[in-house]
Each structure stands twice: as C-alpha cells, then as structure tokens.
Design a protein around this ligand. Structure first.
Ligand SMILES: Cc1ncc(COP(=O)(O)O)c(C=O)c1O
Length: 339
C-alpha cells in the first residue's frame, strides 16, 4: 500500500544502508570514541559551524536531552500547543526533565514574541513555574516554515528575556531546503541555542543528532544523554549514516525532493472540485479537507492520517522516496472518488 502517512514510513536511502555496511568492517571503540563519530562531527561543523554533536536514537530522545540541558525542574518550556513535545511524546519531556510545558495556541504552528509575551508576566513569582526556554519546531507540525527573519526576531526576544531557544528539527532539512539558505544561516546565525537534526524522516534507518551551539548548554549534555538511555554503545552505526546523509548535499537534495512532491501534490489535488488545501504547503506536508464520503475509500488504497477528527482535515506527507507518479496517481484516484 502506498503511503502518504508520514515521512518516517519510508525506508532507508541506499547510500545510508551502504554506510552502515562499510562501518561493519572491523572493531571500533564504543560509545562514540570511534573514527566514524569523529569524522561525522567534523562534517557537521563544516555545515553548521562550531557545534557539539550528540548522536541519539530518536527525535523524542533528542528533545528530552535538549530540554534537559536548558531547564531546572522548577522551570518551564514555552511551546506551541501543536508542538510534538506537547501533543505526541506521551509526556516524555515533562516526565524526564521535571520542568513543565506552557502551551500556546497558534493559527499556523509558529510562535511569535507577541504570542509569548503574556506568558512571561509571572517570571520571578515563586508560585509559578519559570519559563526558561522557547521550543519551536522547524518545519512545524502544521507544515509551515519559519523565515530566517522570524527566527532571528524570536531568538533576540528570547535572549532579551533570558530564555534559550530550542529547535525541534525532526524536519529541519525540509525547512532549510525550503528557505534556500545555508544550514548555518537558518539555525546558529539566527541565535538558536540547541536543536535536533532529524535523520529517520530523511533516509536514515535510525538516529537523530542533537546540535548544541550555546557553550553553557554543553556542560552537562553528555551526562544527560547517558542518563536518558540515549547513548548507543555502537555509536559508529548512527554516525556513519549521518556521514552518508551529509555527503554531497544528499540530505538537502532528499528534503528538496520531498518538498517538491508536496508542492506537486497540493497543486494537483487543488484542481479537484470539493478539495480544499487548508494550510500553506511550505515543506513536505499537505493539509486538506476532501468530501467526507471520499475519506474511507481513499484510505483503503493509501495510508494517511486524519489530522483533525472534528473538522475532517487530513494530512498527507511526502518523503524522499515519494515519486511523481505516486503523487499523480493519488490525485487521479482522489479525483475519481470526488466526481
Ligand atoms: C516534529 C517532530 N519532532 C519529534 C518527533 C519524534 O521523533 P521520534 O518518533 O523519532 O521519537 C517527531 C516524530 O514524528 C516529529 O514529527
């Protein structure tokens, strides 16, 4: 069954699979003191500038470690209501770090200083948890992408208020491809303090990276990683995958392809009577409402999620291995159901 359900339904890119095999030739020092980890750290630095990289198993773990680096148990993480850390991580961040979440409703998944300001009024009041970090997702869970200017304004605002900025970058590659600027310009140069760099949604078998730019936040990071059960003894196999992904711009080409497929999908389905695209297609997600009678038969042929049961809004995700033919076939099938 073809899938537009999630970009993590996809398989492993052949270059990544080969990198795992190549790293399997000999014994290597464990827990990240190996050749592949050192080499991949260097590659990350050539792309993002000075950065500490931690390789972890998954995006939830990356978020937990990042937020742990930023907070004490009486502090709080400010995020959008739709943020993955709030909506989809089974409470892992709050359970693991002790700090609470302050969740803010948004129209497009993006936070702004104006939206955040009212939630900072009780800083210093002993009766309230103390906001210490703003957590954003890039691209957002609603498929939108913060511009470089929006990120910069948000980071300046955060730092003026003694807050850190954490970026959940499960789909940062899609966002950077959409922005068309360098990875450094889209992250560190905007003032991001700590972030995750997604792997599994862009061709890796397993693995995400935590990238730490702010020196203060590096202090305890490796200890938090180990304590969160996110330090892989055979770390070389995660690092080697990233090495393949980051070589010759593969990560960017794959993300750009996924974005292109989403743009094509949005363009094709919007021609169909009764289909409404509900959000901006900035990256690799398409949100739409279709005639209710068409949902079940469409789901029989293609996997995807109903994003909002109340409104009937659907989410279709494209990935690095989505093909143009698959997109056109999907649109044609939907068109048939709607006519
Ligand atoms: C925005 C975002 N952040 C984090 C995650 C968590 O990733 P994982 O499932 O690898 O823990 C996801 C997964 O869907 C996600 O979409």
């Amino acid at each position: 069954m073809k899938s537009f359900a999630s970009d993590n339904y996809s398989g492993i890119h052949p270059a990544v699979l080969k990198a795992i095999q190549n790293a399997n030739e000999a014994h290597e020092i464990s827990y990240g003191d190996d050749y592949y980890t050192a080499k991949t750290q260097e590659i990350f630095e050539s792309i993002f500038g000075k950065v500490q990289v931690l390789f972890v198993f998954n995006g939830t773990g990356a978020n937990v470690i990042s937020l742990k680096c930023c907070t004490l148990p009486f502090q709080a993480v400010v995020c959008a209501e739709t943020a993955h850390i709030n909506a989809d991580e089974c409470g892992a961040p709050t359970q693991s770090i002790g700090a609470s979440l302050i969740t803010i409703p948004t129209t497009d998944g993006k936070l702004t200083p104006e939206l955040i300001k009212p939630f900072l009024s009780r800083i210093g009041n002993v009766h309230n948890t103390q906001p210490k970090v703003i957590s954003i997702s890039q691209s957002t869970e609603l498929g939108t992408v913060y511009s470089v200017e929006e990120l910069t304004v948000l980071c300046i605002f955060a730092h003026q208020n003694q807050l850190y900025v954490h970026l959940d970058g499960a789909r940062i590659s899609n966002a950077i491809a959409a922005l068309g600027v360098s990875a450094k310009a889209a992250t560190a140069d905007c003032g991001i303090d700590i972030m995750s760099f997604g792997g599994t949604k862009n061709g890796l078998m397993i693995g995400e990276a935590v990238l730490i730019f702010n020196e203060e936040l590096k202090k305890h990071a490796t200890f938090y990683q180990k304590q969160s059960a996110q330090l892989f003894s055979k770390n070389r196999f995660i690092a080697a995958q990233f090495s393949a992904l980051l070589t010759d711009n593969l990560w960017l080409d794959m993300a750009q392809h996924a974005n292109n497929m989403a743009a094509l999908l949005a363009a094709e389905v919007s021609k169909i009577q009764g289909v409404t695209i509900t959000r901006k297609t900035d990256a690799n997600a398409v949100f739409a409402i279709i005639p209710p009678h068409a949902v079940a038969p469409l789901q029989k042929k293609y996997r995807f999620y109903v994003w909002n049961e109340t409104t009937g809004e659907l989410r279709w995700m494209c990935s690095f291995d989505t093909t143009e033919t698959e997109v056109r076939d999907f649109a044609a099938y939907l068109s048939g159901l709607c006519s």
